[in-house]
Design a protein around this ligand. Structure first.
Ligand SMILES: *[C@@H]1O[C@H](CO)[C@@H](O)[C@H](O)[C@H]1NC(C)=O
Ligand SMILES: *[C@@H]1O[C@H](CO)[C@@H](O)[C@H](O)[C@H]1NC(C)=O
Ligand SMILES: *[C@@H]1O[C@H](CO)[C@@H](O)[C@H](O)[C@H]1NC(C)=O
Ligand SMILES: *[C@@H]1O[C@H](CO)[C@@H](O)[C@H](O)[C@H]1NC(C)=O
Length: 469
C-alpha cells in the first residue's frame, strides 16, 4: 500500500474522534514534496483530426508535439497518437517522408509512432481511448488506450478544424457533450489525478464555455474563443505552398523549444500567459479548474535538462505573425499557390486541372449555400418568432450553448449528412453550422421540424458533393 493510502486510511480510521482535517488539505501539503507526488504516470494523447495536403499543418503540429514529449522523457507506451498519416508521403510533398513545422525547420516526422491512422482516426475511437476502453479498441490500430489511475496526469493535444460546439474528424464530428461525458466518465472512474487539454481549432472555446465544470481537475486551453476562428501560420512557403503550422500550436511549442532551461519550473499559467500574449490573431482561452494553472507544465509533458535540435531561431515569432491566415481560407490559398506554381514551371496540364478544381469547389459552395438558405427560410417561415433570436444565416447570433441542446443539434446535422451531403467531408460547411446550434438553443425540439425542411431542400441536389472547402 502506498503512503498516501496509509495516511488516508489513518485519517478515516480516526476520523470519528480526531480533529477533522479536510482530505484535500492533506493532499495539498503532500504535493509540496515533488518526489512524493510523482509516483503517478504521465499519459499523452496527440490527435490530428484532418486529412489532405491543405491540412498539412495539423499533422505537422502533432508530430512536433510528439518530438517534444518524447524528448521530455514520456515513455513510448504512454503516448497515444492519432493522425491520418497522408502527408509525409503525399504526392505534393516536395520532401517525401519528411514533415516540417516551420520554414527550414527539422523533420518532425522521423521516429513518430502512430497508433491510429487512416479511417481509425474518428471520434468513436478517440472517446474509447480516453475512457480506457480496451475492448472497444480491440483489433484497431495498436489498441493502446489511456490506462490511467488516480495519481496519473493526462495531457491531451488536439489539432483540427472545428466550429460551434464540435471538433471535426475526417468522417465524423466530436460534439462538446460527447467529449464532456467522456471526461466525466474518466473523473468518475478515477483514471487521472489532473488533466490538461490544449485544443487548436476554430471556435475551440465553444467545446468548454459554460460546459466544462470547474471541479473535475481538468483545465482546457483553447486556441480561440467560442466565436472566433483560429489561424494557420508559416503559410505560402516555397516549396510547400500550404501552411506549415497553426499559430497557437507553433507558439506554445516554439516557446518551449527555445526556453528549455526554465521549463521544469514553468507553471501552466506561465505558459498560458506567454502564449496568450504572443498569439495575436485569436484569443487563447482557458476553461475548467483554474487550480491546475498553478501546476508545473512539466508535470504533464515532462521536461528535459539539455537542449534539443528543435531550437527555434529568434526571428520566427515575427515570421509566424506575418504569414498567418484564417484556417477557413487555407485550402483556397493552397490551391491558388499551386496554380501559380504550375504556371511558372509551365506545367499547363496540371495548372488547368487545378484551376478546374478551384472552379468546381466554388460551384459546389454555391450549391451548399443554396441548400442551407432553403432550410433556413423554411424554418423561419413556419417559426417567425425565432428569427430575431437566431440571427441571419450569414450573420448568426452568438448564443451560449448548454449540454442539453446537443441531441437536437446532432440530430439536425446527422439528418443533413444522410439526406444531402456528408457535412464532415465538406469542411466548407463549418462556418454555416452555428445557425443550427442556435435553433436548438431556442427550441430543443425543433429538430423534428427542421428534418422535414431538410427533406424538401435536398430532394434534387447533385449526388456526390464531397471535399468542398
Ligand atoms: C471508427 O473507426 C472504427 C474502426 O477503427 C469503426 O469501427 C467505427 O465504426 C468508426 N466510427 C465512426 C463514427 O466512423
Ligand atoms: C467500449 O467499447 C464497446 C465497443 O465499442 C462499447 O460497446 C462500450 O459501450 C464501450 N464502453 C464505454 C464505457 O464507452
Ligand atoms: C512573445 O512576445 C514577447 C514580447 O513581444 C517576445 O519577446 C517573445 O520572443 C515572444 N515569444 C514567442 C515564442 O514568440
Ligand atoms: C453567456 O455567457 C457569458 C459568459 O460565459 C455571460 O457573460 C453571458 O451573460 C451569457 N449570456 C446569456 C444570454 O446568458
Amino acid at each position: 500500500m502506498d503512503i498516501l493510502n496509509v495516511v488516508l486510511l489513518a485519517l478515516f480510521a480516526c476520523g470519528s474522534f480526531a480533529i477533522r482535517v479536510p482530505k484535500h488539505e492533506y493532499i495539498k501539503s503532500m504535493e509540496k514534496d515533488e518526489n512524493f507526488l510523482f509516483k503517478g504516470k504521465r499519459w499523452v494523447v496527440l490527435v490530428s483530426g484532418s486529412s489532405g495536403w491543405s491540412n498539412y499543418r495539423h499533422q505537422a503540429d502533432i508530430c512536433h508535439a510528439y518530438q517534444i514529449v518524447k524528448a521530455n522523457g514520456i515513455p513510448e507506451e504512454n503516448i497515444i497518437t492519432m493522425m491520418v498519416d497522408d502527408i509525409a508521403y503525399n504526392q505534393n510533398n516536395p520532401t517525401p517522408g519528411k514533415i516540417v513545422n516551420r520554414p527550414g525547420g527539422p523533420d518532425v516526422y522521423e521516429g513518430v509512432v502512430i497508433d491510429y491512422k487512416g479511417i481509425d482516426v474518428n471520434s468513436t475511437n478517440f472517446l474509447n481511448i480516453l475512457k480506457g476502453n480496451k475492448t472497444g479498441m480491440r483489433n484497431i490500430g495498436s489498441g493502446k488506450v489511456i490506462e490511467g489511475g488516480p495519481h496519473d496526469r493526462v495531457f491531451i493535444n488536439f489539432v483540427d478544424h472545428g466550429t460551434t460546439g464540435l471538433l471535426a474528424f475526417p468522417d465524423d464530428y466530436l460534439y462538446a457533450d460527447q467529449l464532456n461525458n467522456a471526461l466525466k466518465y474518466m473523473f468518475g472512474s478515477s483514471s487521472y489525478r489532473k488533466m490538461l487539454l490544449y485544443i487548436e481549432a476554430c471556435h475551440a472555446g465553444s467545446m468548454f464555455d459554460g460546459i466544462l465544470q470547474d471541479n473535475t481537475d481538468i483545465l482546457a486551453v483553447t486556441a480561440s474563443g467560442p466565436r472566433e476562428n483560429s489561424y494557420g501560420c508559416y503559410c505560402r512557403y516555397e516549396p510547400y505552398g500550404t501552411c506549415l503550422g497553426d499559430l497557437f500550436s507553433v507558439t506554445w511549442m516554439e516557446d518551449l523549444d527555445a526556453t528549455v532551461s526554465n521549463c521544469e519550473k514553468r507553471t501552466v499559467f506561465n505558459d498560458f500567459k506567454e502564449v496568450r500574449t504572443n498569439v495575436t490573431r485569436s484569443n487563447v482561452m482557458i476553461y475548467g479548474d483554474f487550480n491546475i494553472g498553478h501546476e508545473k507544465l512539466s508535470a504533464f509533458i515532462g521536461y528535459q535538462k539539455s537542449n534539443n535540435e528543435l531550437i527555434t531561431n529568434s526571428k520566427s515569432g515575427e515570421l509566424i505573425k506575418k504569414t498567418s491566415i484564417s484556417s477557413r481560407n487555407i485550402h483556397e490559398n493552397t490551391l491558388q499557390y499551386q496554380i501559380s506554381d504550375k504556371k511558372q514551371s509551365k506545367d499547363m496540364a496540371k495548372m488547368h486541372e487545378l484551376s478546374l478544381e478551384l472552379r468546381h469547389n466554388n460551384k459546389m459552395r454555391l450549391i451548399i449555400d443554396t441548400v442551407f438558405r432553403k432550410i433556413y427560410s423554411m424554418v423561419v417561415k413556419s417559426r417567425p418568432d425565432i428569427k430575431e433570436k437566431i440571427g441571419d444565416l450569414d450573420d448568426p447570433e452568438h448564443l451560449n450553448l448548454t449540454l442539453d441542446i446537443f441531441p437536437c443539434y446532432r440530430s439536425i446535422l446527422n439528418k443533413i449528412s444522410q439526406t444531402c451531403f456528408s457535412l464532415p467531408r465538406n469542411p466548407y460547411v463549418l462556418d454555416r453550422l452555428t445557425i443550427f446550434a442556435n435553433l436548438c438553443v431556442v427550441d430543443k425540439q425543433i429538430h423534428q421540424m427542421v428534418s422535414n425542411a431538410v427533406d424538401v431542400a435536398c430532394s434534387d441536389i447533385p449526388k456526390s458533393i464531397n471535399n468542398v472547402f
